[in-house]
Design a protein around this ligand. Sequence first.
Ligand SMILES: C[S@@+](CC[C@H](N)C(=O)[O-])C[C@H]1O[C@@H](n2cnc3c(N)ncnc32)[C@H](O)[C@@H]1O
Length: 354
Amino acid sequence: MNKIIDILKKKKSIPLDEFINVSLYDKKFGYYMKKNPFGKEGDFITSPIISKLFSEMIAIWCVSFWEHLKKPKKILIVELGPGDGSLCKDLLKTFEKFDIFYKSLKINLLEKSIKLKKIQQSNINNKNVSWIKSIDEIEYGPVIFLSNEFFDALPIKQMYKKGNRLFEKHVSLSNKTNELEFLYKKTTNKLIKYPDALKFSSSTNIIEYPIVAIEYLISIAKKIKKFNGSVLTCDYGYIESSGKNTLKAIGKHKFKNIFLQPGSSDISSHVNFKLFSQILKKNNLDVKKIITQSEFLQKMGIIERANILSRRMTFKSKTNMYFRLKKLLDSNEMGNIFKILYAKKKGKNFSIGF
Ligand SMILES: C[S@@+](CC[C@H](N)C(=O)[O-])C[C@H]1O[C@@H](n2cnc3c(N)ncnc32)[C@H](O)[C@@H]1O
């Protein structure tokens, strides 16, 4: 908390995106910079950690996409925000079974946290995997960008409308209580590059603007356009905005007030998939329809795969596998709220899984 208070003593207020950035990614204070938040003992659990079948389906999708490209001799996979490295580790297990693909493959991991990078290095340990600091470092293709719960962990801005006036949400220190509080500062819409997806409706007066995600999407689209390839991203989110504040903090698998423990709990927001899709289209990619995690995994054959694996399992392992599968697919769990967006360089159709 001290880091935020120090900043606020000097600056009086900071925009919400700066507050999130310091809380999650400040070198010393940031949540992702100092702990491993994943798993049962951590704060939250993600699809690749819940079940290896998730990663297996993504792996099959990547191999199929490579086949669609006529099996190029070099294929690059870039995973954004790999967490504890589970997805990459399990992708490699499946990739190894496809000899020619595996020989053509290099994987780059883009990770901001040095702490998590070390965890990834010890979990993955494969000579074909290396780490990059920026998408600018990518120099060849075709390239497949993958991510799970990356974009929901990036700082956003929140804008409010009152009458004809626009306000931006800031964080400041209350004069009375000396505690963190929100402050609404008058602003203009100059910061908003994609106004169409962010129109205020009659029933809502708030928009969330993913200022960092937009820069990533533009860089990704440029690389795909230049080198050929695709992006497959899985995240918490919506297609039509409900105009709600989706910002939340999570610690020990429970929702928390975002001011309670900045630096010690995760902060995330829902991804606006319609906006993502507009940005990718505007940057010349062909965007396939956005579908739920449940639809994608089932179209990729996750249930059939589980049934095959179950034949050689003990009752206990079988129960465990189906319990995890239900978590990924059930509409009351992760099946519907998680969506998959897939875009590719314009050209011949490829729609496996969609
Ligand atoms: C919510 S975690 C998801 C982890 C993992 N993909 C999973 O599904 O388990 C977000 C990940 O993105 C990383 N990250 C966040 N912002 C980043 C950035 N700007 N550049 C690179 N990595 C970033 C975090 O450090 C973390 O590894």
